[in-house]
Design a binder for this molecule. Structure first.
Ligand code: PLP
Length: 472
C-alpha cells in the first residue's frame, strides 16, 4: 500500500469509526451471534493475490460488527467499564503509524520519555507519592505476576540466580482474600509458589479481607516453618468492589518483611477524586500497585499502570542485559524492557498522552463523580423496591442485586430466576449486565461507568431489570 492509498482508506476508516461511535446507542449491546457465525463468513484459504483491502473494509459492517459486544455503548453495564476514548484511538493510530519499538530508550527515546511523563501525570492524578515510580504494562494480570516475581526474589535472596525455588528452603506463602481476582491465583501459580502456598483468606460482610483471619494464617504458616512472602490487597474487588484494609495489611507486611501489592485494577481511577482516597488509605506503604487506566479512565486497552517503590529491584529481577541490547546511554536512561516481562514494547504512552490532554483532569473528575452518583441513585431504587435485594455495599460504581419474588424459593430456584432475568435483559439487546455468583448466591451485577452512560441509561436498565423480573 502506498502512503497515498493509505490516506484514502484511512480517511474512510476514520469516518467509519466516527459513524460507529455515533450509532452505538442503536446497536444491540451484547453480540447476538452464535458460535462460529463470524468464522463462517471467511474463506478457509488465505488470499493468493493482494489488493483487496477496500473489500475487507466494506465488509466491516456485515462481517465484523454483528460479532462485536459494544463495550463503549451507553447501556453497557457488564463486567467493568472498558472505555476507549476517541482521543486514545487516535493515539494508537499514531503509535501504529510510527511503528516504533520502545524496548530501550535508544530504540525510540520518545517512547520511553513520554511514558515517564504520562506515568508521572497519572501518579499525581491519583495522589501517590513520588517515591512510587510508574511503568506501563499490558494488563493487571501481567503487573501482578511481575509483583509476585519481585516478591519471590526479594524473599528468596535472588534464588533465580541459583537453584530457584528448587533450593529446598522454607516454602514462601502468598496471601489474598477469597474475593481476589483470578489473576492473583494465576500469578502465584505461574511464579512457582504452588497452590499449596496460596492462602485465600476469608472476608467480612462487606466482602473485604478480614485482618484477624490474615494474621492467624500468617501465624500458622510461621508455626509450620513456612515463610510469609507477599500480601495482595484488593482496592475494589471484581465481584463487589470491596475494599481490603490496606493500612492494616501494610502494617502486617512490614512486621513480617512481606511484599505488599495493591490490586486496584478498576478502582484506581476513582482515586482521581480526592474524596475517594480513604478507600486505599495506607497505599503509600505498598511495594507495588496496579490499576488499569484501560478500564474506567478512558485510555484504550492495553494500558495498565504499574507503580513500584524500588525500580532497581524490579530491574534486577527482570533484566538479562545481553550484549546486543546494551547502549551508550544505559547508565542515565530507563530501558523499560527491564521493567517487565516482554522485551518488545509498543508506544502505548501516546494514547495515554492524547487521552489526558483531550479529557483533562477536571472533566474526568466530573465524569467519575457522575458515575458514582448514578450508582448511588440505583442503590436507592433497589433498596426502596420490594422484592429486590442488594448483596453488597456500593462504595463505587458496581451494584450486586438479585430479585427475590414473593413465595418461598430455594437458592436453586432463585438462581434460575435471576439468571433468567439477566438472560432476558441481555438477549433484548438494550442493555448488558453480568450474571455472577457471590458466596453461593446468584446475583446480577450492574457495573456503571461507560463514558456515554447518563442517568437516563441507568433508569432504563433498572426498568429493563424490573420488567424482566416480571416476565417469568
Ligand atoms: N484485578 C481486578 C480487581 C480485576 O477486576 C481485573 C479484571 O477485571 C483484573 C485484576 C485483571 O485485569 P487484566 O485484564 O488487566 O489482567
Amino acid at each position: 500500500m502506498t502512503p497515498e492509498e493509505f490516506r484514502k482508506l484511512g480517511h474512510a476508516l476514520v469516518d467509519w469509526v466516527a459513524d460507529y461511535r455515533e450509532r452505538l446507542p442503536s446497536l444491540p449491546v451484547m453480540s447476538p451471534v452464535a458460535p462460529g457465525a463470524i468464522r463462517a463468513r471467511f474463506p478457509a484459504e488465505p488470499p493468493a493475490e493482494g489488493g483487496r483491502l477496500a473489500e475487507a473494509i466494506a465488509a466491516l459492517d456485515d462481517a465484523i460488527l454483528p460479532g462485536i459486544t459494544h463495550w463503549n455503548h451507553p447501556a453497557f453495564f457488564a463486567y467493568f467499564p472498558s472505555n476507549t476514548s476517541l482521543a486514545s484511538v487516535l493515539g494508537d493510530l499514531v503509535a501504529a503509524g510510527l511503528g516504533a519499538q520502545g524496548m530501550s530508550w535508544q530504540t525510540s527515546p520518545a517512547a520511553t520519555e513520554v511514558e515517564e511523563v504520562v506515568m508521572g501525570w497519572i501518579r499525581r492524578m491519583i495522589g501517590l507519592p513520588p517515591e512510587l515510580v510508574g511503568v506501563v504494562q499490558d494488563t493487571a494480570s501481567t503487573s501482578t505476576l511481575t509483583a509476585l516475581l519481585c516478591a519471590r526474589e526479594r524473599a528468596s535472596g535472588f534464588s533465580q540466580n541459583g537453584a530457584g525455588l528448587q533450593a529446598g528452603a522454607a516454602p514462601l506463602v502468598v496471601y489474598a482474600s477469597d474475593q481476589a481476582h483470578s489473576s492473583i491465583e494465576k500469578a502465584a501459580l505461574l511464579a512457582g509458589f504452588g497452590k499449596a502456598h496460596l492462602r485465600l483468606v476469608g472476608t467480612d460482610d462487606a466482602h473485604a479481607l478480614r485482618l484477624d483471619l490474615l494474621e492467624r494464617a500468617v501465624a500458622e504458616d510461621l508455626a509450620r516453618g513456612n515463610r510469609p512472602c507477599a500480601l495482595v490487597a484488593a482496592t475494589g474487588t471484581t465481584s463487589t468492589t470491596a475494599l481490603d484494609p490496606v493500612a492494616g495489611m501494610a502494617e502486617l507486611a512490614e512486621r513480617h518483611g512481606m511484599w505488599l501489592h495493591v490490586d486496584a485494577a478498576l478502582a484506581g481511577t476513582a482515586m482521581v477524586l480526592p474524596e475517594c482516597r480513604w478507600m486505599w488509605a495506607g497505599v503509600e506503604r505498598a511495594d507495588s500497585i496496579v490499576f488499569n487506566p484501560h478500564k474506567w479512565m478512558g485510555i484504550g486497552f492495553d494500558f495498565s499502570a504499574y507503580f513500584v517503590r524500588d525500580p532497581q529491584h524490579l530491574v534486577r529481577v527482570m533484566s538479562t542485559n545481553p550484549s546486543y541490547l546494551r547502549t551508550a546511554h544505559d547508565a542515565v536512561v530507563n530501558n523499560f524492557r527491564d521493567w517487565g516481562i516482554p522485551l518488545g514494547r509498543r508506544f502505548r504512552a501516546l494514547k495515554g498522552w492524547f487521552h489526558l490532554v483531550d479529557e483533562g483532569v477536571i472533566a474526568m473528575q466530573a465524569r467519575i463523580r457522575r458515575d458514582l452518583a448514578n450508582a448511588q441513585w440505583l442503590k436507592e431504587q433497589v433498596d426502596a423496591t420490594t422484592g429486590w435485594e442488594r448483596l453488597a455495599p456500593v462504595p463505587l460504581q458496581t451494584l450486586c442485586l438479585r430479585h427475590v419474588p414473593g413465595g418461598a424459593l430455594d437458592e436453586r430456584a432463585l438462581a434460575e430466576h435471576n439468571l433468567g432475568i439477566a438472560r432476558r435483559v441481555n438477549d433484548g439487546g438494550r442493555a448488558y449486565v453480568t450474571p455472577s455468583v457471590l458466596k453461593g448466591k446468584q446475583m446480577i451485577r450492574v457495573s456503571i461507568g461507560a463514558t456515554g452512560t447518563e442517568r437516563a441509561d441507568v433508569e432504563r436498565v433498572w426498568a429493563e431489570l424490573r420488567e424482566a423480573a416480571g416476565r417469568r
